[in-house]
Design a binder for this molecule. Sequence first.
Ligand SMILES: [Zn+2]
Ligand SMILES: [Zn+2]
Length: 355
Amino acid sequence: MPYLVRENLFIGNISDAAEVLQNGSSEITHILSVLSSVSISFFTEWRSGVVIPTKEIKKVCVGDGEDEWRSCLAANKVLYGLEYAGKDLKLVRMAVPVRDMESEDLLDYLDVCLDFIENSRKEGAVLVHCFAGVSRSAAIITAYLMRTEQLSLEGALESLRQSCESVCPNDGFLEQLKMFEEMGFKVDHANPIYKRFRLKVLGEFYNRGEKIDSSKFGADPGVPTQVSSKEEASPDEGKKAIPVYRCKKCRRVVASQENVVDHVPGEGETSFAWSKQKSGNPFNKSDESECSSLFVEPLKWMTAVEEGALEGKLCCAHCEARLGYFNWSGIQCSCGSWITPAFQLHKSRVDVSTA
Ligand SMILES: [Zn+2]
Ligand SMILES: [Zn+2]
């Protein structure tokens, strides 16, 4: 039986969902399926004899919007499927393809899931389910409670456990929910927290041997962008001068402040203690924490990165001056922090200016 979490909001497992889909429900009108596949055939494969009629409303793929490369999701991947389902096609089912793995990107599905829950509760009642009703569905409902009730991760999880004791999102999901909290209950692609998460995900792709498509690289800030019709309509409106970094030798723009992935000097999961010894005086902290490098997102001019090497030089696309280094396994900043993966520009090779 599904557990009631809030008015018009239930959590359950695949059996609960199959029961509602096959026999209908006096309360539930909407279902959010969080399974490894969006297809209704997942139910048939799970238990033979389960046949659920569906009628597709729409299937939405990761689009090619301007901001799309900033998400972790591959272009053309299914973001969600929406259909009428069950007896007399009376239920509305949304399905998102999320596996219960620590490395799975949950963040990029939160917006569509939370909006679906919100809208469904206005029209009726919604059941959020995954396979066991323990990790994925719980993570999404936790995020929903965080956003709607402005609860901390711990607060939301504790509140959910009062309805359903067995909930236990996996550690990777908990980490991402913590980021969701730190970003103010939204998934903000421009936030340094999200940028670091994205680099980590790209690093995991690389380590698994997947080719990192240059569609995941940031636009080259040194090349004028194509002016979209939207921008033409409102020239210069609201445009702020964003600081840019230029090659010291030829002045080509190589990065903008938007591409910078900040780190806290001297901090990081794998900051090695021995690096501090080199400077001699451990109390001389102010000098020591001055970072001599800038770390950025991979950008389209970094052709050496696109070729698939583990590490290599980053050279200016115009004059070929050496600007820095990249390494998918990480580089240690002069402050002691390890940045993994790292796309590093030496501050001594670039100038900052507000163009
Ligand atoms: Zn540093
Ligand atoms: Zn140059």
